[in-house]
Write a protein that binds this ligand. Structure first.
Ligand code: C2E
Ligand code: MG
Ligand code: MG
Length: 578
């Protein structure tokens, strides 16, 4: 009991006050013996005051169903007797076995000398609050409809499963399951029926896995599973069983449904990635399963992904190389063998790679086919070419520059407007000095639209050449349909002009075609004096090739152009021809 002298000073009945409180308050001596307790806990536990006064606090019967609580209270009492204040939440079992939660604190009361005289534990029933908390946690961790773990809990379980796989050197199969054709069920039978079906599917999935595995609902008709396995075969067997189970009929309250599911799987640590990436990989594999016919499972191919990643990185590197001016244009002169006149250049791309040195187009162009990087590159080439043409224009140099534009870029919707825009950046009329070389290619499926694009660009003064003429399989059709200005005889024909009669005849035919269609003609790959002579004899005066000059950086080309002396023997051929 509290000291009598203190009680007398109070003007209200503290016992009544304490009994009315929802909290319980007790006073203990420093050994933990109960001196006083209000009625609150006693009423709840059906105990009377006399039953417990005089016994140790932790021996009071309302703790009796929980050894953990007894231990905790005994420890706390000892700590409080040493002068500490404590606050705890503990779970207790009442006499009828109901579990309740108590939040209690224990404070020491000191005498005038500063020694602990009493311990005052007080506490209250927080069972309701705790249940609300648990409910909130359930909502935060479990899917309301199916009761399966949700994304959040899945992420927690994933960490544990990865640690387990690492510790035990087992495999972890991460599976992404998506129900095939689920939407029509929702659409045709309503969401309630769709929900019923999802609940049933969830139950079946749950029934197929072991206790230590996880199945969760990611949302909609998507489920993920974490399965600890020892081999790919074990995983296959398990997933096959799951898909078979899912495909059995579902007898719902109104209708019976049959469904199938597609599943993507990735196996950790074969696929050595973190949880997010593993989930994405399983999702990717699931899409593959969908695309390749549904109702099946597909394993994620880490090696294939790796090469895709390398490819993506390579594209990125080239894109950066363009942006940071690692690319450069080399210029190869084009001359008229009859007059000796340098009438233009072909600009050819080179990549000045920071570690590998100068790269020719064959080393990187094939990798950027049909990608936006090809368009970026083409735009860059156009801007460089116009910049150079503008300088030449100011210096009154009349060289025409041809650039190579890929069909994918040329057929891009905004090609003409972008070219027009690029030309409009300059006050000088540069269009007429620009020639675009395009390859015959199957990308020109719509020749009418290609033709009208060429016409649009020609209205800006730009010329067009068909590059590598004769190597594509539509040469004649292209020549007929496309309003080009020039044909470039492919170097493969020129190479053997002296030794192969057929090549010589082909070149002869191409020259005749150019005349018939009234277009210019140039031969590329002129490597010897004799190649040039043979071409002149056949009537082709324009040439480009190593015999004249190799492609060069701009300054080298300018020096070369000053020193260049025309080949006298070629002039002679013309004189002999009269
Ligand atoms: P192309 O347009 O037919 O260019 C001619 C190629 O033949 C060039 O190779 C040139 O260096 C080479 N060549 C010139 N004269 C001779 C010779 O006498 N003998 C031999 N054996 N070869 C000669 P390069 O520069 O390696 O370019 C290869 C191809 O890459 C080009 O063929 C063109 O189709 C493409 N290309 C070059 N630059 C670009 C560009 O800026 N954009 C696009 N899209 N393609 C380009
Ligand atoms: Mg070319
Ligand atoms: Mg060519």
């Amino acid at each position: 009991m509290l000291k009598q002298k203190n009680r007398k000073k109070l003007e209200f009945d503290p016992q009544k006050l304490l009994d009315d409180m929802v909290t319980f308050v007790a006073v203990l001596d420093t050994a933990g013996t109960i001196i006083f307790v209000n009625n609150t806990p006693l009423i709840a536990a059906g105990i009377t005051l006399k039953d417990i006064v005089g016994i140790k606090f932790w021996d009071a019967s309302w703790w009796a169903y929980s050894q953990d609580a007894i231990d905790a209270i005994q420890n706390d009492s000892q700590s409080c007797a040493a002068g500490n204040s404590l606050l705890h939440e503990i779970q207790l079992a009442t006499a009828d076995g109901t579990l309740i939660w108590i939040e209690y604190s224990m404070h020491p009361i000191f005498d005038d000398e500063g020694n602990v005289e009493y311990l005052v534990p007080e506490g209250r029933d927080i069972t309701e609050k705790k249940e609300q908390q648990f409910q909130m946690q359930r909502l935060a961790h479990y899917d309301i409809l199916t009761g399966l773990p949700n994304r959040t809990l899945f992420a927690d379980r994933f960490k544990i499963a990865l640690a387990h796989a690492n510790r035990n050197e087992t495999l972890l199969a991460v599976c992404f399951v998506d129900i095939d054709h689920f939407k029509p069920i929702n659409d045709n039978y309503g969401h309630e029926e769709g929900d019923q079906l999802l609940v049933e599917i969830a139950q079946r999935l749950d029934s197929c896995i072991r206790r230590e595995d996880t199945v969760s609902r990611m949302g909609g008709d998507e489920f993920t599973m974490l399965l600890g396995v020892h081999s790919q075969k074990e995983c296959e067997d398990l997933v096959k069983r799951i898909l078979t189970t899912l495909s059995k009929p579902y007898c719902l309250s109104r209708n019976t449904h049959s469904i199938t599911a597609s599943c993507g799987i990735t196996l950790y640590p074969y696929d050595d990635a973190d949880a997010d990436v593993l989930t994405r990989h399983a999702d990717q594999a699931m899409y593959e399963a969908k695309i390749s016919g549904k109702n099946k499972f597909i394993f994620f191919d880490a090696k294939k992904e790796h090469s895709t990643q390398i490819y993506a990185d390579f594209l990125d590197t080239i894109s950066r190389a363009i942006a940071s001016n690692e690319m450069g244009l080399y210029y190869q002169p084009k001359i008229n063998m009859k007059t000796g006149y340098i009438y233009g250049v072909e600009a050819l791309i080179r990549w000045n790679h920071p570690t590998k040195g100068l790269q020719s187009p064959i080393e990187f162009l094939p990798y950027i086919q049909k990608t936006v990087v090809m368009i970026e590159l083409g735009k860059w080439v156009i801007s460089q070419a116009l910049h150079q043409l503008n300088l030449w224009y100011k210096e009154k140099k009349q060289w025409r520059m041809s650039i190579n534009i890929d069909a994918y870029h040329f057929t891009n919707n905004d090609f003409c407007s972008a070219l027009e825009n690029a030309l409009s950046q300059y006050a000088n009329p540069l269009g007429k000095f620009l020639e675009i070389e395009i390859l015959e290619t199957e990308d020109f499926s719509d020749l009418n639209s290609v033709s009208s694009r060429i016409t649009t660009c020609q209205s800006l003064g730009v010329h067009f050449a068909l590059d590598d003429f004769g190597t594509g399989y539509c040469s004649l059709l292209y020549l007929k349909k496309l309003p080009i200005n020039c044909l470039k005889i492919d170097q493969s024909f020129v190479k053997d002009i002296l030794t192969d009669k057929k090549d010589r005849s082909l070149i002869n035919g191409i020259i005749a075609l150019s005349r018939a269609f009234d277009v210019d003609i140039i031969a590329e790959g002129v490597e010897t004096l004799e190649d040039g002579i043979a071409l002149l004899e056949l009537g082709c005066v324009n040439a480009q090739g190593y015999y004249i000059a190799k492609p060069m950086p701009i300054l080298e080309f300018l020096v070369w152009s000053k020193k260049y002396t025309p080949e006298k023997q070629w002039k002679k051929v013309i004189e002999i021809q009269g």
